[in-house]
Structures are given as structure tokens and as C-alpha cells.
Design a protein around this ligand. Structure first.
Ligand code: TYD
Ligand code: MG
Length: 454
């Protein structure tokens, strides 16, 4: 047998391993992320042996189809993100920047489940019982079935979880938990991986759902939950920044439901409050009668969302104009501006162009192209787009407006929120006007769109 090296170097960003130290990770190209980690001889063996797997090959035909048993988390927006509730035996990773609300949401879920007579074990490696109690009081937590365990040793946590027979185990955060089998510090890639694997086996063998929270940092010093994504069943990320009150949770991976499903919350003095109608929230502060603003409809998972696109075109003080984007891809914006110059004859090269998606949202759908172009054109010409008009559509390099997915769902959302006129790709128009009873204008290219807008 080949001799196991005493130490290896592990990239804290992607988990790539090397026998030598390297300045740059050969796999993910990040700099200064290789950290020395010690290996113990038995580190390869698995310790959790609850029931023990003894798998035999099974004929596909003979497998009984079975709907996963799901429990509601008591928070509808969270259930929706998970694809309809918490699946028994699933391992869910909740990631996000520090202070974004991970501990808050897991405590709220714990409270909801406990209210329904379930037993929840909340393991905290970051806060003491008293700190959790203080937060809980703020959130109005009072349920009986909620147990707090301030512990960071993996074996003790697994033992407690087993003896309590909890219906849900929450570990806040995975970066604080360590396994004695591995020598490197808690939070390093080897530790985080080992801990996640053990919780996975625990979840699968006992049928208990386990929630792990994890911090994401820009630096490589703490193992990013990125390295865990392939181990766990579901990955939920917190989006939105701390300068805004709303928080969006998004399932970037889900073995039990559609990925990219989102839930929207507002951070208030008493915890995260679900937002039933996000479009309303994001359109709340829309300016009236101003040029450079238009509403477009995006799909977030299966959910349509109206967002306001803003643009500002102003003469540059330097030679060539700058392009700055918030919430929209910079390269895509440059491309769209080039198409506008060529196909619409709008000379923007001498202007600074700023694009902003209002409310701190991120939009990365081609369907937003037409909205971005409309906003820029509106600011360039200093002409207002009627406030009850919404637009969407993908724009190609020859200035053609191309059809987008789920046009009907988008159109219906716009109608629901009181929009009277829709400008969308010609190929998406079929039958919509009759169906919705509002004006629907199909356009084939940018010129038609601009004529229709102004
Ligand atoms: P927290 O859940 O501790 O973040 P994480 O676990 O992701 O690090 O959230 C901390 C932030 O949320 C903190 O800035 C305070 C704020 N907050 C509220 O605004 N209202 C509340 O009811 C709670 C509990 C926290
Ligand atoms: Mg926390």
C-alpha cells in the first residue's frame, strides 16, 4: 500500500489537494488558498455506524415508487424554496454572508416545528444558550420541544441527536464543528467535509432531516460551503445585501425539488417576515414621471417577479463613456449598448451609461434585455415610458427581439399588478391579449419596440 503523506495541502476554496504548497490552486486558480492539513492514518474510515448500510443491488423494476414524506417548516416561503416542505432524512445547507439572517431563520423554523409538537435540536457552536435565548425572545420563541445544545464536538452532537430522537437537527454553523479524527482546525476543508459526511450518514440512516448553516467569505481562510455542495441534498443561499431590508433565499441545488426556487423575506425587528407578493415590494418606490425607468418581468424559479430597471445616460467628462451596472451583467450591458448604436443609431459612445436594478436585486436573464434597452433609450431621449407599461424579451445581435420562456406566466403577473400594456416578443404574443384583457403588443425588432414605447 502506498504510504499516506503526513501532511497535504488543501485549497480552502475548492478542496483541491496537493502534496506540495502552491501559491495558486491549479483547479480553481485562486491565490493563497492552499493550507497545510495533517492526515491521520485512520482518517479515511467512517465513524458513524447507527444502523449500518448493507446495500445490495436491486432491480430497478422492483423499487416501489414513494413520495418523500414532507413536513411543513411552518414558513410558507421556506417550504416553497425547498420544493414543498422538509424531506425526511435530507441534509440541507443554508449558506450566506455573516449577519444576513441564517441563525434567525433556523431559529424561526425550529420554533414553528416545536409549536407543532415536534422535537428540535438546535446545536450552536457560535452562541451561548443565553445569546440564543435573547434572540429567541426577540422572535417570540416559547415552544417546549426546542432543545439548545452549545457543542462543537461532532461525536457528542451525534450522540445527543440520537438519544433525543429529534425530528429536526439544526447545526449552526458547520464551520464550528470538528471531528476528532482530523487534526486540522474547525472550519478547514477536511473538517467541514468530514462533518458534513457524518451528518449525511446520520440523516440517511435515522431519517432525521438535518440543517447546516455555513458562512461564505470572500477570503479563502474559512472553508467556503462551496466545497460541500456535492455532499448535501439541498443548498439554499441567502441573497440580497445588508443595506436593504429584504432577504431572498434561493435553492441553488435541490435533490427533492426544482432548483432556483426562491423565497422572499423582510428583516424586521422581530425576525424574518415572509413577503407574499415580492413584485409589489420591489415596485413600491418607483418614481413617477421620470425618464430612464421601466418595469420588466423576470422569472425566479417558477415564480414571476416584476422589477424596475433604471438607466442614466449622461455626457462623459472623459474620452469614452463608462458603463456601470448594478444587478445586471456588465458585459451583457456593453453588448446591448453596442446593438443600440448599430441598430437604432443612438450614439452612446460619448456618454456614461449607468444601469441599476432597483431594490438591490440581481437579474441574469436574457428576458431582461428589452427592459434594459428601453430604460437606456428612455434616459437617452429624456422621454418617459408610460408607467403602466411593462416590457420583456431577449435581444439578439441583429436587433431582433426573441421569444422567452414562460411568457404567459410573466404576462399574467404584470396584469395582476395593474399594468395596462405589455410589449413583448412577437412570437410570445399569441392569444395573450384575449386571455388577459390588456393591451399586448408583439414586436419583432428593436425599432418596432422603440416606436411602440415612445
Ligand atoms: P443572524 O441570523 O444572526 O445572521 P447570521 O446567522 O447569518 O450571521 O442575523 C443577524 C442580523 O439580523 C443582525 O444584524 C440583526 C438582525 N436581526 C434583526 O434585524 N431582527 C431580528 O429579529 C433578529 C433576530 C436579527
Ligand atoms: Mg449566525
Amino acid at each position: 500500500m502506498a504510504k499516506q503523506p503526513a501532511t497535504i495541502f488543501v485549497c480552502q476554496n475548492c478542496g483541491s489537494q496537493s502534496r506540495k504548497w502552491l501559491g495558486q490552486c491549479p483547479d480553481c486558480s485562486e491565490w493563497n488558498t492552499m493550507v497545510e492539513e495533517k492526515f491521520r492514518a485512520q482518517a479515511q474510515s467512517r465513524s458513524y455506524s447507527g444502523g449500518g448500510f448493507s446495500a445490495k443491488p436491486v432491480a430497478f423494476d422492483s423499487i416501489e415508487p414513494q413520495d418523500e414524506a414532507r413536513t411543513s417548516s411552518g414558513i410558507e416561503e421556506f417550504d416553497r424554496t425547498l420544493g414543498g416542505g422538509i424531506v425526511a432524512g435530507s441534509l440541507v445547507l443554508i449558506g450566506g454572508a455573516p449577519g444576513i439572517g441564517k441563525s434567525t431563520i433556523v431559529l424561526q423554523i425550529a420554533e414553528q416545528l416545536a409549536q407543532n409538537g415536534q422535537k428540535v435540536l438546535y446545536v450552536s457552536g457560535e452562541e451561548s444558550e443565553r445569546q440564543i435565548k435573547m434572540r429567541g425572545e426577540r422572535l417570540g420563541v416559547s415552544a417546549e420541544g426546542l432543545f439548545i445544545l452549545p457543542e462543537t464536538n461532532l461525536n457528542s452532537i451525534l450522540a445527543e441527536a440520537e438519544s433525543l430522537k429529534a425530528d429536526l437537527v439544526i447545526v449552526d454553523s458547520i464551520q464550528t464543528v470538528f471531528s476528532e479524527k482530523i487534526e486540522s482546525a474547525p472550519g478547514s476543508v477536511s473538517q467541514v467535509r468530514e462533518v458534513a459526511t457524518q451528518f449525511m450518514m446520520f440523516a440517511k440512516q435515522t431519517g432525521t432531516p438535518v440543517f447546516l448553516t455555513g458562512h461564505v467569505t470572500k477570503e479563502g481562510s474559512i472553508a467556503g460551503p462551496k466545497t460541500l455542495e456535492h455532499i448535501v441534498d439541498t443548498v439554499i443561499y441567502f441573497e440580497g445585501d445588508r443595506h436593504h431590508n429584504h432577504r431572498i433565499i434561493r435553492a441553488t441545488k435541490n435533490r427533492f425539488g426544482a432548483a432556483n426556487e426562491i423565497g422572499v423575506f423582510e428583516m424586521t425587528g422581530s425576525g424574518l417576515v415572509p413577503v407574499g407578493n415580492p413584485s409589489e415590494l420591489f415596485l413600491q418606490e418607483r418614481p413617477e414621471g421620470a425618464s430612464g425607468s421601466v418595469v420588466t418581468v423576470c422569472m425566479e424559479g417558477t415564480r414571476p417577479m416584476l422589477v424596475e430597471v433604471q438607466a442614466l445616460v449622461s455626457g462623459t467628462k472623459f474620452g469614452s463613456g463608462r458603463r456601470m451596472c448594478q444587478g445586471f451583467d456588465h458585459n451583457r450591458a456593453s453588448l446591448l449598448i453596442a446593438v443600440m448604436e448599430k441598430r437604432l443609431g443612438m450614439q452612446l459612445s460619448g456618454d456614461d451609461v449607468f444601469i441599476n436594478i432597483a431594490g438591490g436585486l440581481e437579474v441574469d436573464e436574457p428576458a431582461a434585455d428589452l427592459g434594459v434597452i428601453a430604460a437606456i433609450a428612455s434616459s437617452f431621449r429624456n422621454l418617459q415610458i408610460p408607467p403602466e407599461t411593462a416590457v420583456f424579451g431577449e435581444v439578439g445581435l441583429t436587433g431582433e427581439v426573441r421569444g422567452v420562456l414562460q411568457a404567459q406566466t410573466r404576462a399574467r403577473e404584470a396584469q395582476t399588478l395593474g399594468f395596462k400594456k405589455l410589449i413583448l416578443p412577437e412570437s410570445n404574443k399569441k392569444g395573450l391579449e384575449k386571455l388577459l384583457g390588456i393591451r399586448v403588443v408583439g414586436v419583432k425588432d428593436l425599432e418596432e419596440a422603440i416606436d411602440e414605447l415612445f
